[in-house]
Design a protein. Structure first.
Length: 203
């Protein structure tokens, strides 16, 4: 607790702002608000700088992707539903085959990236860092497409992320991801309820 309080007192305005916009993004995403994506963009840009300074290079690169996906996600949520005659993109699900491909492919790719980072960089926790990066890429795409199961993926990824940040003594980010885990559960419950309502409306 003392270490956490010390970290909070030494937190830069840049890191604090990144955390604030990250929380706003997730809260708004749970509510299926388009404003989640502008918050995600700002958070990503700020986090790139923080992660690069902590030598979590995959995390820094991941947030470059997040910034691009914030733009893509906004467009998808705003206009994606028009193909189905809807005002907005509906919540969908993936079949088991797609999940198997996504998970298996992520593990293989993460192992390769982790091996490269371990041999050619000073990256902290190269394999775990690589898995979080690859898994987050896949799961962020799921959020942009409003795939229900994204919340289950985030449950695993955010748990591992909290471990990574604890190892690098980024205690404010540890607290952020513990909060994320609570919000992820709330997101799963909210989206699952909305998905069932959508199915009943179609039926």
């Amino acid at each position: 607790m003392d270490a956490l309080l010390q970290q909070v007192s030494q937190t830069s305005p840049l890191e604090a702002a990144g955390v604030l916009f990250s929380v706003l993004y997730l809260v708004l995403a749970i509510r299926e608000s388009l404003w989640c994506w502008p918050c995600a963009f700002v958070s990503s840009v700020l986090t790139i700088v923080v992660m690069a300074g902590a030598r979590l290079y995959s995390e820094a690169a991941l947030n470059v992707f997040y910034a691009a996906m914030a733009v893509y996600g906004y467009v998808q949520w705003r206009y994606g539903g028009r193909r189905e005659g809807r005002a907005e993109l509906p919540i969908g699900t993936w079949p088991l085959r797609t999940h198997a491909f996504a998970i298996g492919g992520s593990l293989v790719l993460a192992a390769g990236i982790g091996w490269w980072l371990a041999r050619h960089t000073q990256a902290a926790f190269p394999y775990a860092d690589a898995f979080v990066t690859v898994g987050s890429v896949v799961t962020t795409y799921m959020v942009a497409k409003k795939i229900l199961e994204n919340w289950l993926y985030w449950l695993i990824i955010d748990s591992l992320s909290a471990y990574l940040y604890f190892g690098r003594e980024l205690y404010l980010y540890v607290g952020l991801f513990v909060l994320y885990l609570v919000l992820v559960v709330l997101g799963w419950v909210r989206w699952r309820s909305d998905w069932r309502t959508q199915r009943e409306a179609v039926a």
